[in-house]
Design a protein. Structure first.
Length: 103
């Protein structure tokens, strides 16, 4: 699985690169994994399709630390930690959920 726009091994990109920025998201519109919505606009299809709630059981989140694929429900219920390796996720990503997930 190729992550487009990633600049390091834990999926941090030029836009979001703090210690806890370590997830890639499979975009509903094109099925490609990208570190953020800006990378998707630049390197992906650029569409703004978001995951519908009835598909939240699909694997669409990749932990940049252990490369485990999580369902959207697993990610949203993770308390900002990977359930597989316990690596911390950035809680500020919640500010952008509307760009990825229908609520």
């Amino acid at each position: 699985m190729r992550i487009k726009g990633a600049i390091d091994d834990e999926t941090r990109c030029e836009h979001f690169h703090t210690e806890n920025d370590r997830v890639a998201i499979k975009f509903y519109c094109c099925g490609g994994y990208f570190p953020c919505f800006r990378c998707h606009q630049r390197y992906g299809c650029g569409d703004s399709g978001v995951w519908p709630k009835e598909k939240f059981d699909q694997k669409a989140i990749l932990c940049g630390s252990c490369h485990t694929e999580l369902t959207i429900n697993e990610y949203l219920g993770s308390s900002y930690r990977c359930p597989a390796c316990q690596a911390a996720f950035n809680p500020d990503c919640a500010l952008h959920y509307h760009l990825y997930f229908k609520r």
